[in-house]
Design a protein around this ligand. Sequence first.
Ligand code: HEM
Ligand SMILES: *[C@@H]1O[C@H](CO)[C@@H](O)[C@H](O)[C@H]1NC(C)=O
Ligand SMILES: *[C@@H]1O[C@H](CO)[C@@H](O)[C@H](O)[C@H]1NC(C)=O
Ligand SMILES: *[C@@H]1O[C@H](CO)[C@@H](O)[C@H](O)[C@H]1NC(C)=O
Ligand SMILES: *[C@@H]1O[C@H](CO)[C@@H](O)[C@H](O)[C@H]1NC(C)=O
Ligand SMILES: CC(=O)N[C@H]1CO[C@H](CO)[C@@H](O)[C@@H]1O
Length: 327
Amino acid sequence: MPSLKLCSSFFLQLIFTLFVFDLANAQGLKVGFYEETCPQAEAVVKKTIVPVIAEAPSLAAPLLRMHFHDCFVRGCDGSVLLNSSTHQAEKDAIPNQSLRGFEVIDRVKTALEKACPGVVSCADILALVARDVVTAIKGPSWQVETGRRDGRVSNISEALANLLSPFANITQLKAGFQQRGLSAKDLVVLSGGHTIGISHCFSFAPRLYNFTGKGDTDPSLDPNYIARLKVKCPPGAVAPIVEMDPGSSKIFDDDYYTMVSKRRGLFHSDASLLDDSETKAYVINHASTLGSASFFEDFGVSMVNMGRVAVLTGKAGEIRKQCALVN
Ligand code: HEM
Ligand SMILES: *[C@@H]1O[C@H](CO)[C@@H](O)[C@H](O)[C@H]1NC(C)=O
Ligand SMILES: *[C@@H]1O[C@H](CO)[C@@H](O)[C@H](O)[C@H]1NC(C)=O
Ligand SMILES: *[C@@H]1O[C@H](CO)[C@@H](O)[C@H](O)[C@H]1NC(C)=O
Ligand SMILES: *[C@@H]1O[C@H](CO)[C@@H](O)[C@H](O)[C@H]1NC(C)=O
Ligand SMILES: CC(=O)N[C@H]1CO[C@H](CO)[C@@H](O)[C@@H]1O
C-alpha cells in the first residue's frame, strides 16, 4: 500500500525536508523576470495553452497538479519533468502515475526555445502553465513570479517521501505545508484545486471498504456518498476514475468547499480540513454562495506562495534546453 509507506516515512522525511528547505529561499523571483530577456515569454505560454485547453479541458487539472508535485519535491525546480536516467526519477513514483500533460509542457518549451533560446526555465513554465490553465477554465488569474532555475536531480525516493498522502490527517497536512513555509490557510485554499479533475479509485478506496483494516468505512465520509462511490469503485478496482467535484470537474469554481462541508470530500485529506478550527472555518464560509470571489483571490495568493518553495535562482541550477533532460 503506497499510502502506508508514505505515512511511516513521515518523520524521517520531516527531518530531511526541514534541512533541505531551510537552505533555500525565494530571493530572486519577481513578476516580469523575463521582461528584458524574453518579453514575449508569457504571451507565448498563453498562446500555446489556450487552444490546448479549449480542445481538451480535462488537461487543465493534471497541469495544475504538476506544479504542486514539482514544488513539494526539491522545491519548484522542474525536477518532476525529468526522465529517468541512471536511476528512477520522480515521474516513476506511484503518486506520479496519474500525472499527465508532459507533452504540453514540451510544446510550450519548444515554442519558447524558438522565441528566446536558453532563457526560460522549465520550472517557470510549470508555474505559468498552472496559472493559464486555471484561467482558461473560468478560474482566477494572478501575477506569476518568475526567475526560477531548473534543478539537475530527480529521484523516485524523494517523491515517495515528500508527496503528501491522500490518507494524511490534518496534523500531517499542516506539518507538510509548514515545512515548506506554507500556512494552514494555504493548505485549505490550495486544496480547493480539487474542484477540478479526477481521481483513481485506489486513492480513496480504503475509505469505502477497509478504513482501519477491519472491513469498515471512513466515518467522516457521508454514507450516501459511500454508496454512490462503491458503484463506481467495486471492491478491488483500482483503475476506474471518478470526478472529484461531480458535474463541474472541468470548471474552476468553489464547489469543492460545498462538497467538503457535506462530508463528500473524496480523500481523507479533504475531509481532514474539517478537523482544524481555522481550515474548517474557511470551508464553511466558502461552502455558501458568497464564497467564490474571495476564494479566487486567495487561490492566486496561495499559488504564488507555493511557487516560492525552495526555488533555485541566480546562478544556481541551469536553464534546461529540454524539460525532460538535464543539459
Ligand atoms: C493537500 C494535499 C494534497 C493531497 C494529499 C492530494 C492528493 C491528490 C490525489 C490522491 C489525487 C488523485 C490522483 C489519482 O488518483 O489520479 C489528486 C488529484 C488532483 N490534485 Fe491533489 N492533493 C493535494 C493537494 C493539491 C494541490 C495543492 C493542488 C493544486 C493546487 C492539487 C491539485 C490536484 C488536481 C487538479 C487533481 C486532479 C488531477 C487530474 O485530473 O488528473 N492537489 N490529488
Ligand atoms: C522522456 O520519456 C518519455 C516517456 O518515456 C518519452 O516519450 C520522451 O521522448 C522522453 N524525452 C526525452 C527528451 O528523452
Ligand atoms: C535518492 O534519494 C534517496 C533518499 O534520499 C537516496 O538514498 C538515494 O541515494 C538517492 N538516489 C540517487 C541515485 O541519488
Ligand atoms: C495523524 O497521524 C499521525 C501518524 O499516524 C498520528 O500520530 C496522529 O495522532 C494523527 N493525528 C490526528 C489528529 O489524527
Ligand atoms: C483489510 O485490511 C486488513 C489489514 O490490512 C487486511 O488483513 C484485510 O485482508 C483487508 N480486507 C480486505 C477485504 O481487503
Ligand atoms: C507519467 C509517468 O512517467 N508515469 C509513470 C509513473 O510511474 C509508473 C511506475 O511506478 C510508470 O509506469 C509511469 O509511466
